[in-house]
Ligand binder design. Structure first.
Ligand SMILES: C[C@H](O)[C@H](O)[C@H]1CNC2=NC(N)=NC(=O)C2=N1
Length: 101
């Protein structure tokens, strides 16, 4: 089923409930800081599991003690959709358990 692009207003409404997330170059983005490189790596693996479950994938970057995500929906022509919002919510849910901030 095709997913529709969200309007600018809809994106702003979703972002109001996702502290730390922003719209950057047309993508939902957030960076997290972790306690160590190993902890950051574990969070990347956890995010990858969620992305496979959702069949929706961000550009996911592992730094020394940082994890950064950038996501839009390829099948919607690169627009932001509810699928991106759902992934952001799921990542927020798991971030606390990794001590990410
Ligand atoms: C075939 C598969 O369902 C698609 O390629 C999925 C996989 N992950 C995806 N991820 C993102 N971000 N956008 C997509 O359109 C997308 N499509």
């Amino acid at each position: 089923m095709p997913v529709e692009p969200l309007s600018q207003k809809e994106i702003e409404e979703r972002l109001a409930e996702l502290p730390g997330w922003s719209l950057d170059a047309g993508r939902l983005t957030r960076s997290y800081r972790l306690g160590s490189h190993f902890e950051a790596t574990a969070m990347v693996v956890h995010i990858a599991q969620v992305q496979e479950e959702l069949d929706h994938h961000s550009d996911l970057t592992l730094g020394y003690n940082t994890v950064s995500l950038s996501v839009h929906t390829h099948s919607a022509g690169g627009a932001v959709t509810e699928k991106d919002v759902e992934l952001a919510r799921r990542v927020e849910d798991l971030a606390a358990g990794h001590g990410a901030h």
